[in-house]
Write a protein that binds this ligand. Structure first.
Ligand SMILES: Nc1ncnc2c1ncn2[C@@H]1O[C@H](COP(=O)(O)OP(=O)(O)O)[C@@H](O)[C@H]1O
Ligand SMILES: [Mg+2]
Length: 274
């Protein structure tokens, strides 16, 4: 439906100041509750993810970070006892709607796990698999191109371009994680979810993945669970602090780490519990 010019100008005039500074979120979670049978793992979480921004999810073990993250691309659908309530939207559309194609959703909202999990296939096939099942390449040349650019964006191309036919599992841990990131990127996601992507990596590999996240930030909305507050401070713009299934506080990362509003946040970031 297209508005006439005079209608448009009236609409613009009627727009309050605030709409010009408030960005539409890429994903929005509203009053999200998650249960595993009787266990109430996530309790009424409201959280927005924005384009071109890294949001860090922090908090002590068992507070529901992974559970919440997995709701954002319906990975929890695979857990029989898991029940999700509330609303989660992607570009304003409910991702739990019956009409949603979950395979398509998981291409738009990609995921990278704690332990690098390349398929037991070649480096090439690891990246080509998604584009192939989603029909993104018409010819082998197109597919070669997607594989190369995805590996380039993931900062891995120079290290693997001469051995694309060797197994992905033969790479180092840090390379495997970047391969998994390339695999996620290859299907043109809009959101990338990362669940402690560096916790199995050494400091050098961690630094490389962090630098990569910094580069990717300009193209995607990124949510990253991390147990490292230093990492959250280094790579994120927003930080959300979870405790016992509640989202206690969320804000600009600098604010959360310098002037948290809540005592529980202060206690956690100063290492009083963990
Ligand atoms: N698959 C599952 N089945 C049953 N309970 C689970 C499952 N996954 C997580 N939980 C429970 O949900 C709560 C939150 O866990 P989780 O989301 O993994 O926390 P975090 O990632 O913050 O460590 C915990 O009490 C955990 O035991
Ligand atoms: Mg977790």
């Amino acid at each position: 439906m297209s508005a006439m010019p005079d209608q448009l100008s009236r609409m613009t005039e009627a727009m309050p100041e605030v709409t010009q500074t408030t960005r539409t979120p890429k994903m929005a979670a509203r009053d999200v509750h998650v249960y595993y049978g009787e266990t109430h793992a996530v309790k009424g979480v409201n959280l927005d993810l924005h384009q071109d921004e890294v949001t860090a999810l922090i908090g002590p073990s068992g507070c529901g970070k992974s559970t919440f993250l997995r709701c954002l691309n319906r990975m929890n659908d695979t857990v029989a006892t898991c029940r999700v309530e509330g609303s989660i939207t992607l570009d304003g559309k409910d991702i739990y709607d019956n009409k949603i194609d979950v395979v398509q959703l998981r291409a738009r909202v990609g995921m990278v796990f704690q332990k690098p999990n390349p398929f037991p296939k070649s480096i090439y096939e690891n990246v080509a698999y998604g584009p192939r099942i989603h029909g993104l390449a018409e010819t082998r040349l197109d597919l070669d191109e997607i594989v190369a650019t995805s590996l380039e964006k993931a900062g891995l191309w120079n290290e693997v371009k001469d051995r694309l036919d060797t197994p992905g599992t033969a790479l180092s841990g840090g390379q495997q994680q970047r391969l998994c990131i390339a695999r996620a990127i290859a299907v043109n996601p809009e959101v990338i979810l990362m669940d402690e992507p560096c916790s199995a990596l050494d400091p050098i590999a961690t630094a490389r993945v962090e630098a990569l996240i910094e580069e990717l930030k300009g193209r995607y909305a990124i949510a990253i669970v991390t147990h490292s507050m230093q990492q959250a401070a280094r790579i994120s713009q927003k930080t959300a602090f979870f405790h016992l299934g509640n989202l206690v506080e969320m804000g600009e990362t600098t604010q959360i780490f310098t002037t948290p509003r809540e005592e529980r946040t202060r206690d956690y970031i100063t290492g009083r519990f963990g």
